[in-house]
Ligand binder design. Structure first.
Ligand code: FPP
Length: 249
């Protein structure tokens, strides 16, 4: 159990979400407020991600899935897309040693085929060098879309039925989950307990559609670059207050 000094009173955190998903939104508006180009916000967003990762690890979170680039983000100006695609290269260059020290393991979900070679190499290197770590899994959703993930799962299942690997009657929720990109996560932590979205937007934007069926949601007006250790802890405190019933009474 963690005891926290938060605002004026002590708060006990008894229930820590094991899997947290984050929609890191508001980098562009954060930069605009400072009369800076959007990429300035993405750069600051990188530091926020590092701080939040270490905090999540400190509090015993097992999986942190971060929405870094959606399948829809390709329609942004080319310069911005190129910049975002280079972020993993910079991020891992700067932060892998500290992540390793904290026993963090890097993984990813998304359609990797469409990523630039350099981006993919940085990710694969980070995945490889942290492969033996047993602490928090930092799971990057890059070129990820929930509907596309489900569509691909349906195609693979149809193919396996055609090849008579199993009958349609054998299709269960558990089987479907095995065909999703989150199947590489520890079995008990595939679905996020808590989804955080920053910047005041109140939507899911194609993030972990299947997996979020029973997630708790936490929305904050704070722009992502300002979402730091204390903001993450506030989200943990709020989660701790929630009563999860999973459809029961
Ligand atoms: C959303 O803000 C942010 C993104 C699409 C990019 C996310 C990237 C980071 C948080 C940096 C860390 C990432 C990696 C891969 C290391 P927005 O641009 O939509 O902001 P806006 O809604 O204010 O325009």
């Amino acid at each position: 159990m963690f005891k926290l000094k938060l605002k004026s009173k002590d708060v006990k955190i008894e229930k820590v979400p094991k899997h947290v998903g984050i929609i890191m939104d508001g980098n562009g508006r954060w930069a605009k407020k400072r009369l800076q180009p959007r990429i300035f916000g993405h750069k600051a967003g990188m530091d926020a991600l590092q701080e939040v990762t270490i905090t999540a690890s400190d509090y015993g979170v097992k999986v942190l899935t971060v929405y870094a680039f959606s399948t829809e983000n390709w329609s942004r100006p080319r310069e911005e897309v190129n910049f975002i695609m280079n972020l993993p290269v910079e991020f891992f260059d700067k932060y892998v040693p500290e992540l390793k020290k904290n026993n963090v393991r890097i993984q990813m979900i998304g359609d990797t085929q469409a990523l630039p070679e350099e981006t993919l190499k940085a990710l694969n290197d980070a995945i490889e060098t942290t492969r033996k770590n047993s602490g928090l899994v930092l799971n990057f959703a890059l070129n990820y879309g929930g509907r596309s993930e489900i569509t691909n799962a349906v195609k693979m299942i149809a193919q396996d039925v055609l090849e008579a690997s199993f009958n349609p009657d054998d299709i269960t929720e558990d089987l479907i989950a095995n065909y999703l990109m989150t199947d590489h996560l520890p079995y008990l932590y595939r679905d996020p307990d808590l989804i955080i979205r920053t910047s005041g937007e109140l939507r899911l934007s194609n993030f972990l559609l299947w997996q979020s069926a029973y997630s708790e949601f936490y929305f904050t007006p704070v722009f992502w670059p300002d979402f730091r250790r204390s903001e993450f802890i506030e989200a943990l405190v709020e989660y701790n207050r929630r009563k999860r019933r999973f459809g029961r009474v």
